[in-house]
Design a protein around this ligand. Structure first.
Ligand code: 4AD
Ligand code: MG
Length: 465
């Protein structure tokens, strides 16, 4: 007799005619008038439930008849080949121990009927009990693991960068404040501004929008590094691709340029997609059934198709020459909106589109100025369906240019002294990128809203659980 997972059974790790114990939750039950019931039990390890056949001679069969979706169970029985055609295995129950009943079953939010994603977002603490969210969770896990695997296999070191910082790396001004000041009596300077001397860190502090700047310091010694963690942006963007708390992978490397960054990102994305196709076969099958029947084909095509690379100026020309009327204005010097991104992806037949060399005014101060003095060596990588998944650049390694860029942005040099030190002491060309993890998982799963790809989404006016 052994305690096993449902996945152990489906991976053929258990011999038939063995006594097994499965611990999980009942998904469905069918009672036959002939004196037996079928229980479908899930434990989160597999897309498929395991079917227990419970005969009425079991001592607590009357209790079994009262089971409803969601009850927790420890079930013992003999594993056999199934007589039915819907499953390979089933278990002849010898004992069913009911652990937790469902309080008021008709009010249980996760009944066996189909639920909308919008409804499930209102019960984030329970939604992982659905097949779709558990599939997403397992794919998310494999994506995360394979990112680490790729970087480890290629000798990048994982550097945890700080979550609390005083730097607005991206210059967006959309940061969450971290403070221990009493909101009811905020200390003031003589000019009326807040006096942060008595705050915990003695200066204004925030949750990080990117670990890049501190990661650069390690790239300038360990050469190949990455950071991976939660990232926070207080953007008032109520869209399907924005979260206030999301996970970002950032990779940084010394002695590489923009082309190297693009190639590295392409290899990384393809490695992960390849791994998902290899290890998540049941999950992909499920997603094809429930979300997008072309998902496997899309991912397989992604693996064998080169990324399209264009300059920002070419992207603007394509948009200007199109017959489509865009809501947002198109002009050199203006940001590309999501409808522009969509058009470009459509223009290139749903391939991955890499846009390079943006006007410096659109990008952060740290990006390396190109010889034209107008653009910076920046890159955005756009994936069909979700848009920008990666943003990266060469970093300005020339101290004089960096200082004049800080001046243009009206940043105080004293706040960036340590960052300037990296250019003062043995500066090197270096570059890197950041990947929005949930956006990439959205591309892989075909699930369009990033709120469904992170367990407990934080968005404007929503931080439930
Ligand atoms: O393009 P971003 O702002 O780049 C940076 O932060 C750089 N410092 C990264 C680097 O070079 N090390 O953000 C990187 C990616 C975006 O391409 C997008 O995929 C994702 O992070 N992202 C978000 N994902 C979900 N919700 C949001 N609010 C996001 N903002 C950015
Ligand atoms: Mg960006």
């Amino acid at each position: 007799m052994c305690i096993v997972s449902v996945l152990d059974v489906y991976k053929n790790k258990i011999n038939v005619n063995t006594e097994i114990i499965i611990r999980g939750w009942m998904r469905n039950k069918r009672d036959s008038k002939l004196g037996f019931s079928f229980l479908d039990i899930v434990d989160g390890s597999s897309v498929y439930p395991i079917q227990f056949i419970v005969y009425n001679h079991l001592l607590n069969y009357q209790e079994v008849l009262k089971l409803t979706t969601g009850c927790s169970i420890i079930a013992k029985g003999i594993l056999v080949y199934s007589q039915g055609k819907n499953q390979v295995y089933e278990v002849i129950a010898k004992k069913i121990k009911i652990y937790g009943w469902i309080d008021k079953p008709n009010q249980y939010p996760i009944s066996s009927k189909k639920h909308s994603m919008e409804f499930l977002r209102t019960v984030p603490h329970l939604r992982s009990r659905t097949n779709l969210i558990s599939v997403i969770s397992r794919v998310r896990h494999i994506v995360m693991k394979s990112l680490h695997d790729f970087l480890n296999e290629n000798f990048y070191y994982w550097i945890p960068t700080p979550i609390i910082t005083s730097l607005d790396t991206e210059g967006m001004g959309s940061m969450f404040r971290v403070s221990t000041l009493n909101f009811c009596s905020i200390p003031k300077n003589s000019d009326g501004s807040t006096n942060f001397n008595s705050d915990f860190f003695g200066k204004e502090s925030f949750l990080t929008v990117s670990g890049q700047l501190t990661l650069e310091s390690y790239a300038c010694s360990l050469s190949k590094v990455y950071t991976f963690g939660p990232t926070f942006r207080a953007e008032n963007s109520n869209t399907s691709r924005h979260l206030a708390e999301f996970w970002m992978l950032e990779v940084e490397q010394a002695f590489i340029n923009l082309n190297n960054v693009i190639n590295l990102a392409e290899s990384l994305l393809k490695y992960v997609v390849h791994t998902v196709l290899e290890y998540c076969t049941d999950e992909i099958k499920f997603l094809m059934n429930k979300v997008d029947h072309k998902i496997k084909e899309k991912l397989e095509t992604f693996l064998i198709t080169d990324f399209i690379q264009i300059n920002y100026s070419e992207a603007i020309n394509i948009l200007l020459n199109s017959k489509k009327r865009f809501q947002e204005q198109v002009r050199f010097g203006l940001n590309l909106s999501s409808e522009h991104e969509k058009y470009l992806i459509h223009y290139y037949n749903y391939r991955t589109v890499v846009i390079k060399n943006y006007p410096k005014s659109l990008k952060a101060f740290y990006m390396r100025l190109n010889d034209d003095q107008i653009t910076v060596a920046a890159v955005d990588i756009l994936l069909p369906g979700i848009g920008e998944v990666i943003g990266g650049s060469e970093r300005e390694e020339r101290i004089d240019v960096l200082i004049s860029r800080l001046k243009e942005y009206k940043y105080k040099n004293q706040d960036y002294e340590w960052y300037i030190d990296l250019r003062r002491y043995g500066t090197v060309p270096h570059a890197g990128f950041g990947m929005g993890f949930e956006r990439f998982v959205s591309y892989i799963t075909g699930v369009s809203n990033v709120r469904d790809l992170i367990p407990f989404p934080r968005t404007v006016k929503n931080s439930y659980c």
